[in-house]
Ligand binder design. Sequence first.
Ligand code: 5RP
Length: 222
Amino acid sequence: MTQDEQKRSAAEKAVSMLPRGEIIGVGTGSTVNHFISALEAIKHDIRGAVVTSQETEKRLRQLGIPIVSPAEAGRLSVYVDGADEINHSLQMIKGGGGALLAEKIVASIADTFICIADESKYVSKLGKFPLPVEVAPFARSVVAKALIRMGGTPQLRMGFTTESGHEILDTAGLDLSRPLTMEDNINQIAGVMDNGLFARRPADVLVLAGKKGVEIISIGTH
Ligand code: 5RP
């Protein structure tokens, strides 16, 4: 199976795990795009979706799935999203697609976070993928200096503005051996809107597709 076929397999498996007749949360990215395509088969059983980007919204609207705000939804039983890296505690780096702020908000109102991923994303140690840090443009250099003091090498994502009007500093070299502490420490820098570490709110279930098939991993599986 190619990487793209693995993404599709994980996405299709996640669709089979969804509750029926409910509002679900939907993330952003190429794996999620496969998920949305697979949703077509059960779209009449999806009451609505809380979305994390305009791209996801557009694709769900094409299927005729109603878009619901986080306020209208209240709580969600399930949120489905991809990841750039996910470790064995199901903590993640996200934000490669730049939607990390909305993703973190929607994840925070979900009872169950189902992460869908191909095997290249499953790592024993987070940090090969540069950590996306979303910043207010006015604070860019202040935040960059603070990240350098923390051991990182921030690089501005050129020509990119998030849907909330912020910038992203893709930050390599940080020691992410304590993801929860690092997530909190970065978020304490004035001007940081959020960062792509999902340690405070990790995934609950990982649907991981590899060359031999799809595996369901939850905390305690490994
Ligand atoms: C977007 C994300 C995505 O989930 C992450 O980048 C993975 O993307 P893909 O499924 O395309 O590999 O966090 O902000």
